[in-house]
Design a protein around this ligand. Structure first.
Ligand SMILES: Cc1cc2nc3c(=O)[nH]c(=O)nc-3n(C[C@H](O)[C@H](O)[C@H](O)COP(=O)(O)O)c2cc1C
Length: 227
């Protein structure tokens, strides 16, 4: 009988790492998987998308039911619905986050980020590819619980795409564009739209995500007790 060597505190489990550094690589992938909103015109190969979707299927779901469906969108009908969703999402974003179109001479980082958001939404109809993540309605499950059976798959997809050097951005376009997307794709009634992820080859670079420090968001036993 073979035994997995025990993990050392503070070090990647030897079984995962196997001396190849795979654990560290995954951490680097997660740390640098920020949203990409600008893409080159290069098409995204089906084979690469398939590899990312395979990684999505390795995610956990309640009872291993795998109540998900991933639809790669490229048709003109789907693109029209995507553009409609992007218009609606932009209106909400502008309102909620008070996002305004920056002046052309504004070189601040805030203006640059805002410009990328507007560029993405304005060009939604021509993004290289998009993937719709759907989850089958499960009786008795709360919406959050059902989301928990599809969002891990979406995150696996995002990380697998990052490994391929593809750029991705999660969007809420499936909300404002729901009716059009349902019609264009033929989504059955018992399926809910969970997310729409835009995919393409980055114009610009991948880079580190900016997040609150763990001390600010994690606790030990009691809500307000530091870890
Ligand atoms: C539920 C959800 C909806 C989002 N919708 C949009 C969107 O409609 N447009 C957009 O540009 N980014 C959208 N994003 C991307 C977030 O703005 C982005 O992930 C966040 O600002 C963190 O930035 P980062 O991914 O670069 O680290 C969405 C993200 C999530 C999780």
């Amino acid at each position: 009988m073979t035994h997995e060597p025990a993990a050392m505190p503070g070090r990647a489990a030897p079984g995962l790492d196997g001396g190849s550094g795979a654990g560290e690589d995954l951490r680097e992938v997660m740390r640098t998987a920020r949203s990409i909103r600008r893409f080159t015109d290069a098409p995204v190969d089906d084979g690469i998308l398939r590899r990312c979707l395979e990684a999505a299927t390795w995610a956990p779901s309640g009872g291993n039911q795998q109540p998900w469906r991933f639809v790669v969108l490229r048709s003109p009908e789907a693109r029209a619905a995507i553009a409609e969703g992007a218009r609606g999402a932009l209106e909400v974003t502008q309102h909620v986050y008070r996002l305004e179109r920056p002046a052309p001479d504004d070189r601040s980082s805030r203006a640059r980020s805002a410009r990328a958001v507007f560029e993405l939404h304005d060009g939604a109809a021509t993004v290289p590819a998009a993937v719709l993540f759907a989850v089958r309605h499960q009786r008795g499950a709360t919406p959050l619980l059902q989301g928990a059976s599809v969002y891990p798959a979406m995150q696996n997809f995002l990380l697998a795409a990052r490994i391929e050097r593809l750029g991705t951005v999660i969007t809420g376009w499936h909300v404002a564009g729901e009716a059009g997307l349902r019609a264009a794709v033929g989504v059955p009634d018992e399926w809910m739209l969970a997310a729409l992820v835009v995919v393409g080859w980055p114009r610009g670079r991948h880079g580190p995500v900016r997040r609150k420090p763990v001390e600010e968001v994690a606790a030990l036993d009691r809500w307000d007790q530091s870890l």
